[in-house]
Ligand binder design. Structure first.
Ligand code: COA
Length: 167
């Protein structure tokens, strides 16, 4: 899917594939420490090979992930969005989105969220959960827009959100 951000940047969004491992590793290492921390809730300067395998070798049903790359630089990964269904409740999936620092605040996270929500709804997912730092305003705003009947549990600086996907 081709799209254009608020500032005109042209982006291609496509499903992740195993060959994206090196690109994902490089994209992760370009993130600021704050963005890495916001995504993984801990310091995370790099991803291990086991993590990279898990994050790129998805089955497209229980684990779904999309990458965003620059249209004119398709080897440059600028964002990732994924959801993973809960094994004990396949109608609920944990969602996580990361946008590179230079493109944050331009609508890309919202676009990935909407795409994941459409994909999930078509496959019987009814609700998304997401875990984030309690002071992560952009993530909270994104999920407030994306989900209905949002409930939040906060403690120890972390918020867990659960909300329904609109029919
Ligand atoms: C959270 C994140 C995915 C949002 O993606 P994004 O492309 O930056 O966000 P968008 O431009 O789509 O905007 C989403 C909402 O956040 C708001 N927002 C964006 N940047 C903001 C900022 N710096 N401060 C406050 N609000 C901000 C937008 O106004 C929008 O809210 P609105 O629709 O009510 O106006 C992105 O900032 C990110 O990767 N952060 C680090 C990793 C992370 O926190 N992941 C979430 C954990 S699951």
């Amino acid at each position: 899917m081709l799209t254009r951000l608020h500032d005109g940047t042209r982006i291609l969004i496509r499903p992740i594939r195993p060959a994206d491992r090196a690109m994902l590793a490089a994209g992760h290492e370009r993130l600021s420490p704050q963005t890495q921390h916001r995504r993984y809730l801990a310091a995370k300067p790099r991803l291990s090979s086991a993590e990279l395998r898990y994050l790129t070798e998805v089955d497209g049903d229980d684990h779904v992930a999309y990458v965003a790359v620059l249209t004119d630089q398709p080897e440059r990964l600028v964002a990732v969005g994924r959801y993973v269904r809960r094994a004990d409740d396949p109608a609920t999936a944990e969602v996580a989105i990361t946008v590179g620092d230079e493109l944050q605040g331009k609508g890309l996270g919202t676009r990935l969220g909407l795409l994941l929500a459409d994909h999930a709804r078509e496959r019987g997912v009814k609700r998304f959960t997401a875990t984030m730092l309690a002071d992560n305003l952009p993530a909270q705003r994104l999920f407030t827009r994306l989900l209905w009947r949002l409930r939040t549990h906060s403690g120890a600086g972390v918020s867990e959100l659960v909300g329904e996907l609109a029919a």
